[in-house]
Structure formats: C-alpha cells, structure tokens
Ligand binder design. Structure first.
Ligand SMILES: NC(=O)c1ccc[n+]([C@@H]2O[C@H](COP(=O)([O-])OP(=O)(O)OC[C@H]3O[C@@H](n4cnc5c(N)ncnc54)[C@H](O)[C@@H]3O)[C@@H](O)[C@H]2O)c1
Length: 277
C-alpha cells in the first residue's frame, strides 16, 4: 500500500519523549519509519536516532540541542509539558508549555523547508482562549525566550498557576503562526486532549480533584490513552494533511461538541459528582 502518511526517512523531533504522549508519539513515528530525534530533560529508553537532554526552561539548553542536531528537520512534535500547581512553579509551567516550546520552534524553523510541519499538544484546559485573545496577542508580540518571560512575570494576574494560560497561549499562537508559516509552505497545528492516563494525571487529580477531571472525560466516560493521543498528532503532521493548517483539533471523544451543543454541562457534572461524594 502507498505510504500515505509519508514518514519513511523523515527527520523528526519529539519533545517530551520520556513518558506519556511524547513517548507514544515517538514510538509510532519509529514504527512508521521516521528518523526520530528525542528531546527531554529525562533520558529516554527508546531506540531513537538520537536523544538530547534538553530543559525547556533554559533557552541555552534549547539552542545547544538544535545546533547539535542540525540538518534538515521535516516535523516537530511539541509534546513536553508540565501541569499547573502540584509543586510546579507557575513560571516553570509557562516556560515548558509555551515560552520554551515557542523558542524551540523558532530555533527549528530555519532547519525546515516547504512541506515541514509542526504540532503542539495544548489541552481542553485551554478552551478559555477566546475570552482573552487581545491579552495573548500582546504576549505574542514579545521576542524570544526572555521577552516572553518578562511579559509573563509582569502579568501574573493573567498567568495565574500557569497551566490554562500556557495552553491558551499555544492555541492562539498556533492560529497566528498558521497564517504566517504557510507562506513558506510550513504548517502548524495543535491538539486538545481530554483527560489522558499518563504520569501527569496524578498531579491533575491532586490539584483539580478527580471529580473535575472525570467531568472533562464526558461523554466518552473514560480517560484516553497516550497512544490514542499520538495517532491524531502524527496524522496532523503527515503528508495526508497537506493543507490542514492553523487548526485546534480536539482529541476528546466528543467533549467539545457536547459542550457546544449543551449536552455536556461541566458545571452541573462537577456539582453532581461533589453532591454524591
Ligand atoms: N494527561 C492529560 O490528561 C493531558 C490532557 C491535556 C493535555 N495534556 C498535555 O499533554 C502533553 C504531554 O503530557 P503527558 O500527559 O503525556 O504527561 P507526561 O508527564 O507523561 O509527559 C510530559 C513530558 O514532558 C517532559 N518535560 C517536562 N518538563 C520538561 C522540561 N523542563 N524540559 C523538557 N522536557 C520536559 C517530561 O519529562 C515528560 O516526558 C503535555 O503538554 C500536557 O500538558 C495532558
């Protein structure tokens, strides 16, 4: 059968390849014949073409990793992330989920040619993005890692615990950059997973409460798996998606559609779960 996804021989980077969705994404790309280069601050045991220890909180670490890898890059999978709270400082969450991820993408872009593709994992936790687009556009005007960090430190009222804001920022940035990068033939998209059984889940339960997390898993009625999240983002960066660009793809078993059509009322569901607890 024809290789409609077109990953054979492609050089790709996967961040967050140590665990969860990043690891599942790297595994799938290896199965599809890609040359997979992993970036994480924890070592990966996968049979990757290369692994580089990168701390997304540190611009020098990001720049050194991209310089060391060099060459042509066909696709970038921004899977690394931190939850908010649970002992993680808000600014670490902002750095990993948005500031460092944007910086890495900007470092990789000069290595990409037409046909290149980028995807970032955002979250249904960022669904409030449309309420404060001007705030996010202001953040997007900043230049480089330090510019965004200075902005975030001056806007802690918006950033709060870091998670929702950083995911909203990825969503607005993806849509903004989609309209810019397509002029060079490069695509950028993001996904919005619903609750997924990965190591991060323990922190979500501790900080938001299991009831709230469970409510966001409706109408599917269960958490998704890391592999179920990897498939759609691998598809998004594939040749089969050649004009799919700047989109925000819910990977949530129907949560977003249920909310839009009034069939999922998250506030009622949380209330009911609390009442019966
Ligand atoms: N699990 C969920 O329910 C859920 C839901 C929506 C979105 N997400 C998002 O999915 C993405 C993947 O998370 P996951 O659920 O697979 O969790 P995970 O904790 O298994 O994976 C996160 C990865 O990011 C890496 N990482 C963390 N800090 C880093 C740093 N400073 N530098 C480099 N790498 C770093 C970790 O080592 C790990 O490999 C994250 O962006 C997360 O916010 C998760």
């Amino acid at each position: 059968m024809a290789d409609i996804l077109g990953y054979k021989g492609k050089r790709v980077i996967v961040t967050g390849c140590f665990s969860g969705m990043g690891e599942a994404t790297a595994r799938l790309l290896l199965d599809l014949g890609a040359e997979v280069h992993g970036f994480d601050y924890k070592d990966s045991a996968l049979p990757l073409a290369s692994f580089t220890n990168v701390d997304l909180r540190d611009p020098a670490s990001i720049e050194a990793a991209v310089a060391k890898l060099g060459g042509r890059i066909d696709a970038l999978f921004n899977c690394a992330g931190l939850p908010g709270g649970g002992g993680f400082p808000a600014m670490d969450t902002m750095k990993v989920n948005f500031i460092g991820t944007r910086h890495l993408t900007e470092c990789v872009l000069p290595l990409m040619a037409g046909g290149g593709a980028i995807v970032s994992i955002a979250s249904t936790g960022g669904l409030g993005w449309s309420r404060r687009i001007p705030v996010h556009m202001d953040l997007l005007k900043t230049e480089g890692f330090q510019g965004a960090l200075d902005w975030a430190e001056a806007h802690m009222d918006q950033v709060s615990e870091g998670y929702a804001f950083s995911k909203e920022a990825i969503i607005v940035w993806t849509q903004y950059m989609g309209a810019q990068l397509i002029k060079k033939g490069i695509r950028i998209n993001c996904s919005l997973p619903s609750p997924t059984q990965t190591p991060m889940m323990a922190t979500f339960h501790a900080t938001s409460g299991k009831d709230v997390v469970d409510a966001a898993a409706e109408p599917l009625g269960r958490y998704t798996t890391a592999a179920e999240q990897a498939g759609p983002i691998v598809l998004l960066c594939s040749d089969a998606m050649s004009v799919v660009n700047g989109i925000v793809l819910p990977v949530d078993g129907g949560f977003m559609g249920g909310l839009t059509t009034g069939q999922v009322d998250i506030s009622k569901m949380i209330g009911k779960a609390k009442a019966s607890a």
